[in-house]
Write a protein that binds this ligand. Sequence first.
Ligand code: URA
Length: 444
Amino acid sequence: MTRTAEPFDAIEVIRAKRDRQTLTGPQIDWVVDAYTRGVVAEEQMSALAMAILLNGMDRREIARWTNAMIASGERMDFSALRGTGPDAGPKPTADKHSTGGVGDKITLPLAPLVAVYGVAVPQLSGRGLGHTGGTLDKLEAIPGWRAELSNAALMDQLSEIGAVICAAGAGLAPADKKLYALRDVTGTVEAIELIASSIMSKKIAEGTDTLVLDVKCGSGAFMKTEPMARELARTMVDLGRDAGVNTSALLTDMDTPLGLTAGNAIEVTESVEVLAGGGPADVVQLTVELARAMLAGAGVTGVDPAEALADGRAMDVWRRMISAQGGDPDAPMATARESHVITAPESGVLTRLDAMSVGLAAWRLGAGRARKEDPVQAAAGVRMHAKPGDTVQAGQPLLTLLTDTPEQFDRAMAALEGGFEVAGAGTAAADGFAPRPLIIDRID
Ligand code: URA
């Protein structure tokens, strides 16, 4: 195709945003489409992404950008899903998306929990990049489990079992795939407009009726401050609503990791503890709150999802969900060849356990990847023995580092330097310490 056949010129669009103008709808449609086709060059899109990061986009521009990314690929349709039984009606669908954090294994217990109540959960997920873990990497620690499903297999599993966690197919918002990879290497990931349109283009294309967003806020999250997290949440909720998806958001803490594990196999084991009615209180609380929001959005009221964790119904769905994708829910999980324990330097109260430090340490131990094509170690990660607010004794284990490659210990320990604080017993810092609440706000 020759350049003269194109209705716009990339340089004009870049200049317009550089000069703080509002892009027109046709300009946005064209630039996203032409970039996907390879007509707008990588360096041109990277200049435009930087101009957007610096000068922003208004609500109309963000909505148009999101729609253009949706239009670059397929849209899924779950409207034909039916419950089981001869006169079963249509099944509502609900999905959750987290903006990413450390120890965030919530999808694992949440999807089967919500499915217990007859709501289908199509949880199309990704792999981890950088310090935040990926849901698929965690589940791939289960022997035999397969992330890739055809659309037909996904629909069958949704109608029969009600919950699927699988890889998002290449057909959903391909423009975002290309643009996200470019943003990753051009310092433009952090633009709220681009994060919101990236996440929501995939979620709207996925076709869920209800979407609950878990927008993380704190050191281990994209959004370090509460005002930024609020703005992201508000933007995404508006985009979802405008597209006809029943969308709400929880704003949740990510200054400290979720639960007591950050890694792959160890996070699966912790999720199974939650499904067995136990597990760390914060993981249980967030799982139940997100389940409530998803169920309410799907019109299921008057139920207490905590009961289905306690009585084994969610565990039954989990076992069927894992088996349906080739996994053995009873197989022993991989254990790390080497471990190293970090102990409390003094007796007192643990007042800080920094999510970013723990996430980086787990990543350096081999739980995460630096490049998309890198493998991850199933057993690598960080086990936490105390959380902020806990009393600790000098010399007691605080963190256990796990890896198959012990040469990584030094770099993991460097990541944890300054990443935790113990306030001496009886000091004002210890006595007056109150951890930040896990659930900061709800945005409807
Ligand atoms: N997750 C996404 O899918 N896109 C972003 O831009 C950031 C997080």
